[in-house]
Design a protein around this ligand. Structure first.
Ligand code: SAH
Length: 231
């Protein structure tokens, strides 16, 4: 009976593959504990989703080894995947419930949509850079997020055919909240968005049962700008 690979090379390859697989999971567990839980995010569903989703598969190979670091990373086309803490904190703030229909503006890598797909019933995500929309849709399908639809288009227009939404999250910053998106929010719904130009505030908009809108500022953030759609 042979318990170990026969050659030293095969043995070291096995070891590397084994360690690598373990490492991503370990790195991800550490990311959630040190960067997210320790900074105050408590929502069990958000923490569980972030422990499971292979964030390293949402970034280009060249930056893969940094996938679990405490910062945003470039994903091509001049865009970035948000810092893990911001994803965790914003998703907690969004307060998604299992039956919810959620709209995301700025699909990017699809990572935020993957977190949402585990918490909501359905997720609709709009990305203005067509190749990013295509790539992230394919990635989300491969990773089991069959309840996410991605549209290549202008987020300022929202997704009128699917409106109204229980929750809306913007992950690119408009100079002010687009009124069309507030219109597509259900009564009793919540929208969160980074708002501003160079420096932004994370703004939380609540629409009450009667349709009255209230707004509060949560904390300062830095996101890529939401670009106006090409007409
Ligand atoms: N949520 C993403 C990160 C967002 S980066 C993730 O998890 O990876 C912001 C994204 O918003 C970029 O991909 C950018 O192309 C997109 N974007 C910018 N302006 C937009 C617009 N008007 N409509 C839709 N998407 C837009």
């Amino acid at each position: 009976m042979q318990l170990w690979p026969s050659s030293p090379l095969a043995f070291s390859l096995c070891l590397t593959a084994g360690l690598e697989a373990q490492d991503w999971t370990g790195m991800r567990a550490r990311m959630v504990t040190t960067q997210i839980e320790r900074r105050g995010v408590k929502h069990p569903g958000v923490l569980a989703a972030m422990r499971e989703i292979p964030r390293h598969l949402f970034v280009p190979e060249a930056v893969r080894s940094s996938a679990y670091e405490d910062r945003p990373l470039p994903i091509g086309h001049g865009q970035t995947i948000s810092q893990p803490y911001i994803v965790g904190s914003m998703t907690e703030l969004l307060d998604v419930k299992p039956g919810h229909k959620v709209l995301e503006i700025g699909t990017g890598s699809g990572y935020q949509a993957a977190v949402l797909c585990r918490l909501a019933a359905r997720v609709f995500s709009i990305e203005i850079v067509e190749p990013l929309a295509r790539e992230s849709y394919a990635r989300l399908q491969t990773l089991g997020c069959g309840n996410v639809r991605v549209r290549a288009g202008d987020g300022y227009l929202g997704w009128p055919e699917e409106a109204p939404f229980d929750r809306i999250i913007l992950t690119a910053a408009p100079p002010e909240i687009p009124q069309e998106l507030i219109r597509q929010l259900k009564n009793g719904g919540r929208l969160i968005a980074p708002v501003g130009r160079q420096w932004q505030d994370l703004v939380v908009i609540d629409k009450d049962a009667a349709g009255k809108v209230s707004e509060r500022v949560q904390y300062p953030v830095v996101f890529v700008p939401m670009v106006p759609g090409r007409k």
